[in-house]
Design a protein around this ligand. Structure first.
Ligand SMILES: O=C(O)C[C@H](O)C(=O)O
Length: 463
């Protein structure tokens, strides 16, 4: 492999000639050959966006010559356009500040910007990774800035729209199923009736709650650390840099980012990411419940509950011919478990800052973005391939409802709890209907039974 020599404060090191990265990226590759998890593409893109904004702001402040700033902006645009996907090879499990990924971006942009203004890549380059690309910045404020930008974009542009679409589908189902009376279940045992529409309205409300919870955490996510530099004081940066870079990133992303009012907290804690992820975890708990209900209600087709049908998308079994499984529910519940695990990791990372810096940054953002991606894709897949196609099996629902002993609850206000319980137990032990047991015990007349046990009336408040 052809190489060139790049240098940093540790001295020379050979780098593949075809690569734009420099000495510090190369050292990271050699010292952190740990597992397969690479810095997320969303984070790399956010970092390029932040570097682009920094160059533009430093130019506007008269700190960076226009030709150099413009070259950095162009190089960053190339990264944002996906033209250098192989230049960001570093793994998550590196320095906890993300310094090596920050330097990876600085090195790539310096080399590429140099080429764009007619210079070389490598030691003869016309732009310096630290002096020009990293001007007025530290990994300690820039990496968390990129974390917030990537996280906010993932939540606002991908996750919330997917959530709204799934909620919309379930809302339509709730309306369509409004007149279907079915048996309720508590403790996995028969309970009093409700409508299938009421059951689905519960799912809609759970999703609404999560949506509200996620949105309520967004103000924290929109605060950026940039301008704090090494420990939050803003040493080596222009006093206007912080406000201007937040505005610049905001105008480029159409998300109203603001400079964090307290840079010490922005570097040393990641409470906003912990908070938003907590809301993502809440969403995962709701999705898990919904997906579990759907697969239970769809269980069968002959020996299960069979109250609803879900789309049959693919063969379920390699050995059992004709078997079809609730695979979308399985994918969704699995990814919810991953989100729960990510929440524990993010909580531990967020709680572990020391003095002026939190050094769990790459792990926190890796897990956060994975959760956001899993939930957005998972909801889209579940919506398109399962929720949309849910159909009620009215006959089966009616049959299970008629057989239910808990319809007896409607008699309790008329004949008392103890007599109603006697009817239910007699019917269960003797294998008869409720009506037969009630008449045999002489607690009600046939007419009273008919008047008082009306399943539809039992789906709303009333005596
Ligand atoms: O990389 C930096 O800018 C700072 C580094 O994370 C440090 O605090 O040692």
């Amino acid at each position: 492999m052809e190489t060139r020599i790049e240098k940093d404060s540790f001295g020379p090191i050979a780098v593949p000639a075809e690569r734009l990265w420099g000495a510090q990226t190369q050292r990271s590759l050699e010292h952190f050959a740990i597992s397969t998890e690479r810095m997320a593409p969303e984070l790399v893109a956010a970092l390029a966006q932040v570097k682009r904004a920094a160059a533009a702001v430093n130019r506007s402040l008269g700190l960076l010559p226009a030709d150099k700033a413009d070259a950095i902006v162009k190089a960053a645009d190339e990264v944002l356009d996906g033209r250098h996907p192989d230049e960001f090879p570093l793994v998550v499990w590196q320095t906890g500040s993300g310094t090596q990924s920050n330097m990876n971006m600085n090195e790539v942009l310096a080399n590429r910007a140099s080429e764009l203004v007619g210079g070389a890549r490598g030691e003869g380059r016309l732009l310096h990774p630290n002096d020009h690309v990293n001007m007025g910045q530290s990994s300690n404020d820039i990496f968390p800035t990129a974390m917030h930008v990537a996280a906010a974009q993932a939540v606002v542009q991908s996750l919330l729209p997917a959530l709204a679409r799934l909620r919309g589908t379930l809302e339509i189902k709730a309306r369509d199923f409004a007149d279907i009376v079915k048996i309720g279940r508590t403790h996995l045992q028969d309970a009093t009736p409700l409508t299938l529409g009421q059951e689905f309205s519960g799912y809609v409300a759970q999703l609404e709650y999560s949506e509200h919870a996620i949105k309520s955490t967004l103000p924290g996510l929109l605060q950026l650390a940039a301008g704090g530099t090494a420990v939050g004081t803003g040493l080596n940066t222009h006093p206007d840099f912080a406000g201007r870079i937040a505005a610049e990133i905001g105008s480029r992303t159409s998300i109203s980012f603001k400079t964090a009012p307290n840079k010490f907290a922005a570097l040393a804690g990641h409470d906003a990411l912990v908070g938003t992820h907590g809301a993502l975890k809440t969403l995962a708990t709701a999705l898990m419940k919904i997906a579990n209900d759907v697969r239970w209600m769809a269980s069968g087709p002959r020996s299960g509950l069979g109250e609803i049908s879900i789309p049959e998308n693919e063969p379920g079994s390699s050995i059992m011919p004709g078997k079809v499984n609730p695979t979308q529910c399985e994918a969704l519940t699995m990814l919810c478990c991953q989100v729960f695990g990510n929440d524990v990791a993010i909580t531990m990372g967020g709680a572990s800052g020391n003095f002026e810096l939190n050094v769990f940054k790459p792990m926190i953002i890796h897990n956060f973005l994975q959760s956001a991606r899993l939930l957005a894709d998972g909801m889209r897949s579940f919506n398109e391939h399962c929720a949309h196609g849910i159909e009620p099996n009215r006959e089966r629902i009616g049959e299970l409802m008629e057989r239910s002993l808990m319809l007896v609850t409607a008699l309790a206000p008329h004949i008392g709890y103890d007599r109603a319980a006697q009817i239910a137990k007699k019917a269960q032990h003797e294998g008869t209907t409720l009506k037969q047991a009630a008449l045999a015990l002489g607690f009600v007349t046939e007419q009273q039974f008919q008047d008082w046990i009306v399943p539809l009336d039992m789906t709303r408040p009333g005596l």
